[in-house]
Ligand binder design. Sequence first.
Ligand code: GTP
Ligand code: MG
Length: 149
Amino acid sequence: SEISYVMVKPDGVQRGLVGEIIGRFERKGFKLKALQMRKCTREIAEEHYKDLKQKPFFKDLVDYILSGPVVAMVWEGDGVVASARKIIGATNPLNAEPGTIRGDLCIQTGRNVVHGSDSPDNGERETGLWFQGDASVEWSQTIQPWLTE
Ligand code: GTP
Ligand code: MG
């Protein structure tokens, strides 16, 4: 089923927001498939944001992602990609609604604490990029019948 690649960016890690951010997806009911704290390479960061390569902020963006460890995650569930985007909120945190992660926890586009895939295809692509091999876990969530009929 559908997966989204979600990542706590270096500012989120440094600010101690990892638990807060994971908790929002966990409480929503989505299923955690993979989780890893890591420092990424420039190659992975550039590939991850390759659609933004022509933007004037591209180098600053890649440097930001490389500025410290990130927490990489894969969340699964029907509609998880669009729902995660809503949970995360608008790119510019000053435009993000209160109640969203960015609306509640940050103020600048260039320090917006979390990433979420923008399409199911990118959910698959980014998961493949960040989690090569068998890092993704197959498991059954025992509360699942209480979440979906
Ligand atoms: P991601 O979930 O990180 O992909 O954010 P997004 O989908 O809400 O926005 P987008 O993919 O358009 O941009 C990716 C990231 O680039 C943003 O989250 C910001 O961290 C950064 N970014 C976007 N626009 C700007 C900008 O104008 N200036 C700066 N400094 N960074 C930007
Ligand atoms: Mg994006």
